[in-house]
Design a binder for this molecule. Structure first.
Ligand code: ZN
Length: 405
């Protein structure tokens, strides 16, 4: 097998590696080989390569890993947003409008929306993302949502338990029967995780437990939308069942914060994913990211991009909000938006041996063996992400070794 072509990226003023050995480096260089990072070190020690790119003192960091999005949808909820900004409260039922539009849309229309948003993410520095089903809510529409999502997403999650569909005639229990029965059968081949909206107005604790246990039996990773609109059982259930992540986590008592931290005692725990753009867009309290980190929990920052409650793909906006309003340092926020997302997706591991599938290469760190997912900022330091909020600073992007921007 011929060796993959190598590219030396040099002139890196500041390199954020998320690698405990290397940390944040000054005057660094790195070498990309095919889809992977092959070498990281001081610019002065850089080896030769087939090609060379000088980033002239700019900051380089891992591409964003957006571990929570809902991109398979149709329709528009501008009016609902406008009403909310005029004082109306958010309730879980807003999802129903998107369900109706999504079912009526063609595969081509849904795929075009996914492509448009995924392209927007790349331009903003996001090089890996998860997305969910959840606006189909019939066997056929959930299966096609999952298949369409898999064309672009790095990870697809089944969210048949998003809401009891408004036209469902049998009540919540019989809908859950479908979610864990025929619908799961149809969707399982296309997904790696299962999720449930465990909230007042969506699914209660016993129903959520049934959904998660059914997914676990199929070998799917577990995720929970929990504690978003008020206190609830989502976080406890997620930790009890060993979920990979519990997302939203805006309403947490001290015991729940400790539970999330303690979940990491034995190795793999439950990531607490905070969604700052969603908190702002629903005018809800910001999730207590500072408290979670201080307690020793592992957090991720994600966009929750969806047409109802968080219609942004901008991880940079989420990072700036986490620093300016949630009390994180820039380094903590960047780590949560890159490595944190990778951990939530189970993609933070060691590099597999040569010849392993590029689609399974580890994400979120810049070190040899990791997938070559990088972004170059139009700035000398990651600090500018919060120091210059709202300014599009992403200047260069590599995804799996391929230059995208
Ligand atoms: Zn969500």
């Amino acid at each position: 097998m011929a060796a993959a072509p190598t590219t030396l990226v040099t002139g890196i003023g500041e390199l954020t590696t998320n690698d405990d050995e290397r940390g944040r480096m000054r005057d660094a260089a790195l070498v990309l080989e095919g889809e992977r990072i092959a070498w990281v070190g001081a610019a002065a020690d850089a080896p030769d390569a087939d090609a060379r790119v000088d980033v002239e003192g700019r900051a380089v960091l891992p591409g964003w890993v957006d571990s929570h999005t809902h991109l398979v949808f149709a329709g528009d909820r501008t009016a609902e947003f406008e009403a909310r900004m005029a004082g109306a409260a958010y309730a879980a039922g807003g999802i129903a409008a998107t369900v109706e539009a999504t079912r009526a849309a063609s595969d081509e229309a849904l795929a075009a929306t996914i492509d448009r948003l995924a392209d927007e993410m790349l331009r903003g520095g996001t090089t890996a993302f998860e997305t969910k089903t959840g606006y189909g809510l019939t066997v056929e529409d959930e299966a096609r949502s999952a298949a369409l999502a898999g064309r672009r997403a790095d990870a697809v999650t089944y969210l048949g338990a998003h809401l009891v569909p408004p036209d469902w005639r049998g009540g919540a229990e019989t809908y859950v029967d479908l979610v864990v029965g025929d619908m799961l059968d149809a969707v399982a081949p296309h997904v790696e995780a299962i999720d449930v909206f465990c909230e007042r107005g969506a699914f209660d604790e016993p129903q959520s437990r049934r959904v998660l246990e059914a997914g676990r039996e199929r070998g799917l990773a577990l995720r929970v939308h929990g504690n978003q609109l008020g206190p609830g059982p989502g976080v406890r259930l997620a930790v009890e069942l060993g979920a990979a992540s519990v997302d939203h986590v805006a309403f947490l008592d001290d015991e729940e914060v400790a539970m999330l931290a303690d979940s990491w005692q034995g190795g793999t725990g439950t990531v607490a994913t905070v969604l700052p753009a969603c908190d702002l867009s629903t005018r809800m309290p910001l999730a207590p990211a500072r408290r979670l980190l201080d307690a020793g929990a592992v957090i991720a920052i994600a966009t929750n991009c969806n047409p109802g409650t968080s219609y942004t793909t901008s991880m940079a906006f989420c990072v700036a909000t986490a620093v300016l309003q949630m009390g994180l340092t820039i380094e903590e926020a960047v780590r949560a938006a890159t490595l944190g997302g990778a951990i939530a997706l189970g993609r933070d591991g060691e590099a597999p041996a040569d010849g392993a599938e590029p689609a399974r290469l580890p994400l979120g760190r810049i070190r040899p063996g990791a997938r070559a997912d990088l972004q170059v900022l139009e700035a000398p330091s990651i600090t500018h992400l919060a120091y210059r909020p709202g300014v599009p600073l992403t200047r260069g992007v590599w995804r799996a070794g391929e230059r995208m921007l």
